[in-house]
Design a protein around this ligand. Structure first.
Ligand code: NAD
Length: 540
């Protein structure tokens, strides 16, 4: 594994040296006016500030004003006012703004990816994935708004006499609580269908990556959405996140299973709905008929994208006995050929972890496993020479249930290899544990792999791909089974969660009651005959 020589990205916002390798000890910085143009979007009058650090060099990138409890209340008051007017706009108007957002995100991709890399430390290609995901989500919900939201006619109780319309009514103000690992798309993409469905949003991004989320809010405004419709608050989850749960009409939470449980509890107290996109310990199966080059290439992306800080990342790799040695040889070789670096350029295959805390957690998982007998096939070391929180992509063998990395989410570039003899056994082992987010299966027999997928307890299963095939297919729902989540993002479920259904029935000519002097007893007989007839006619 080698360090890359970073290439300047050419984006407009960084002042000072762009290439710390050329000027040892130099740090990245943002123009104060640029930071101010982003933080003006915040409702934050507490007078307190919190630093955002860049994992590229560990130095402060900006200071972000913090929201008080009163600010969270004010954000909801503003959002509620804005939502009243917004709910009366047409779907076509909303869709047109979404399409403008699509274009803006593609036009401004250099600025967006610069900021994501500076704030998260990830490799540029993984930051670029975020711009793609936001653009695709915006276009999808713009193009499908009518399909999901138009009022639908349903059969009434008395055919011909009862007309039933089912409306999709916005919930009101949706609270979006998002994590740091995909700071641009996780802060934005769940909110886009909420806007299309006629809601306002109050967003609370993670404190470590506020700037990427604020750039998203700014782009929404530039795309034509009313500024007040998308409020952003800043502060610790335990206070500001709780403030969201106490006030929202619906909460969309993305983060750890432990916090998701707290959010669900708060929502249950208030009897409001929520969707929870949580953690995973995702398996990949390499069947005996897999194309091994393709599987090894996919395994690298499945395990080391964003340095493994990805909810759908693979941390357990089950490989058929017959191909185990040949697969491992290829997987290790490809991993060792990766270029590592904490820089802005395109050269890095893998970037940094987000923080010292994340690095400590990864080091703990690896050191504990090794102390208990696991073998490191490659990687296994922190690389402070490349960046303060860099850790090598790491492949372990011999991981056993007494080791933390056997079942606990590492959320880092660490994968455990296991052999299997028969596929039923592999599926049973893949299904162990409490999670059920994502899985990958490699086989040259698509039909057989799809049949196996039905037995895998995971909300998404990718065949001959790591995770992108499901994640980027926006029409397909995405989310977790078991402790990996409640509800789904994307597709119809991703937008209908932000609506209430309202059934409006119009009764024509006669009431649903005895008429023309019919007694109740006679009416009962007529209704009974009516029901038998409807069944004979095959009606629902
Ligand atoms: P986290 O749960 O610590 O934080 C997530 C968000 O919740 C942050 O904005 C945080 O400030 C906020 N928060 C913290 N305490 C809160 C509280 N009591 N009430 C309300 N909000 C609160 O998660 P994290 O460690 O920052 O993120 C990593 C986790 O997120 C991993 O487990 C990962 O698998 C998961 N994740 C899941 C998905 C998915 O789609 N399933 C996507 C990305 C990340």
């Amino acid at each position: 594994m080698s360090a890359s020589s970073p290439s300047p990205s050419g984006g407009p916002l960084v002042e000072g040296p762009r290439d710390p390798e050329h000027e040892p000890g130099a740090t990245y910085a943002l123009e104060p006016e640029y930071v101010a143009s982003l933080t003006r979007r915040l409702v934050a009058t507490s007078g307190e500030e919190s630093p955002v650090f860049s994992p590229l060099d560990g130095a402060p990138l900006a200071h972000v004003p913090q929201s008080s409890d009163g600010d969270v209340a004010e954000a909801f008051a503003r959002a509620r006012r804005a939502q009243q007017a917004w709910s009366r706009t047409s779907l076509d108007q909303r869709a047109a703004m979404m399409l403008r957002l699509h274009d803006l995100v593609l036009d401004r991709q250099d600025e967006i990816t610069d900021l994501i890399v500076l704030e998260s430390g990830k490799a540029r290609k993984h930051a670029f994935d975020e711009t793609l995901h936001v653009a695709m989500t915006a276009r999808y919900y713009a193009r499908t708004a009518h399909r999901h939201l138009d009022t639908r006619r349903h059969p009434g109780v008395v055919p011909g006499l009862t007309r039933v319309d089912v409306n999709r009514v916005p919930k009101g103000v949706v609270g979006i609580i998002s994590p740091w690992n995909y700071p641009f798309t996780m802060a934005l993409c769940d909110g886009l269908p909420a806007l299309v469905a006629g809601n306002a949003v109050v967003a609370k991004p993670d404190a470590q990556t506020m700037l990427s989320a604020l750039l998203g809010a700014q782009l929404l405004e530039e795309a034509g959405f009313p500024a007040e419709l998308w409020q952003v608050v800043a502060g610790p989850g335990s206070r500001v996140g709780t403030g969201i749960v106490e006030r929202a009409d619906y909460v969309c939470f993305t983060g750890s299973t432990a916090t998701g449980r707290l959010v669900a509890h708060g929502c249950a107290e208030r009897l409001i709905g929520c969707s929870l996109e949580l953690g995973g310990k995702n398996p990949m199966l390499v069947l005996r008929d897999a194309d091994l080059e393709r599987a090894a290439e996919g395994a690298v992306r499945a395990t080391f994208s964003n340095a493994g800080q990805l909810c759908v990342s693979v941390e357990r790799l089950f490989v058929a006995d017959q191909v185990y040695d040949r697969f491992v040889e290829r997987f290790v070789a490809r991993t060792e050929a990766m270029t590592l670096g904490a820089t802005l350029g395109w050269d890095n295959d893998m970037g940094s972890l987000i923080s010292q805390a994340q690095l400590d957690a990864v080091v703990h998982h690896v050191e504990e496993a090794v102390a208990k007998g696991a073998r490191v096939l490659t990687g296994g070391r922190a690389r402070p020479d490349l960046g303060p929180y860099m850790f090598e992509p790491t492949i372990l063998e011999g991981v056993t249930p007494d080791m933390a990395c056997f079942q606990d989410e590492t959320f880092g570039p660490v994968v455990s290899l296991y052999r299997f003899h028969d596929e039923a056994d592999a599926v049973a082992r893949a299904n162990e544990g409490e999670y059920g987010l994502n899985a990958a299966i490699y086989s040259q027999d698509g039909a057989r792999a799809r049949a196996i997928a039905r037995h895998v307890k995971a909300g998404t299963v990718n065949i001959n791909e790591a995770f992108g095939a499901t994640f980027a297919s926006i029409d397909a729902p995405m989310g977790g089974m078991r402790q990996s989540g409640v509800g789904r993002r994307q597709g119809a479920e991703g937008i209908l969660r932000y609506t209430e259904t309202q059934s409006v029935a119009t009764q024509r000519l006669m009431p649903i009651a005895p008429v023309l002097g019919l007694s109740d007893e006679r009416f009962a007989k007529v209704m009974t005959a009516n029901l038998r007839l409807l069944k004979k006619l095959g009606r629902a």
